[in-house]
Design a binder for this molecule. Sequence first.
Ligand code: ADE
Length: 273
Amino acid sequence: MKFEIVTIFPDFFRGPLDYGIVRKAREAGLIEILVHDLREFTTDRHRTVDDRPFGGGEGMVLKPEPLFKCVESLGVPSREARLNGTARESVVLLSPQGAMFNQQLAHELAGLERIVMICGRYEGIDERVSEALADREVSIGDYVLSGGELGAAVIVDTVTRLVPGALGNEASAQQESFTAAQKTAAEGPDSTCSSEGLLDYPHYTRPAEFRGMAVPEILMGGNHDQIRKWRRRKSLEKTLRNRPDLLCREALSEADRKLLVELEVEFEKKGIR
Ligand code: ADE
């Protein structure tokens, strides 16, 4: 997997992509990350990348010429080929106006060979970049960052973890929050409503007691059936508490729905929510 990042702050990426799994994946040759300085694609003395907005208004807008020049220099396949899937590459524009990045999109991107990411800055980017250069516009959340660089780093990290061999233990990517739902969702339109896709259950390690807080007894015994049930209940509990929007009741098993009702009664009693 090759990631290419177009930015006016190439040094920004010195830190975040040099640690942990991303670093190991780079060292193992599983991924490659190239960072391109947008200013190198300007033609004027001041290396200008922005200009005032037509129609007036605050702030500056990233000019189209350096962005087109930069991305075209990378030899990406045509936008049409990228859009119809004949090319396994994507040019992604990071912006708060984009489609939301999530684990499902991460899986989709992980199936590609190359991802070029354009980091926006200033008040915006000339819309022709979204219309004719990028094949998708992606946001990492409903908030406005001062640029797309953090978003690009988030995408590199999330997608790298899905590259076969990047995680020491493949099973841990399978078990994480969201994963199952995203996989089923990708399989067909009906399955966006999945009984999986709950948040991950809580994890504990030694010591068994820490500052008076004990690890749940059930995890200390070796009854794997009980442990599995406990984890399922805790997954449901955490999802109900923190992300009720992820719960799709119709898709849950009878047993899960029963658990959910119990948890709701418990929450009610405790005054949660
Ligand atoms: N640039 C500014 N805000 C952003 C966001 N939320 N996601 C991606 N890129 C951005």
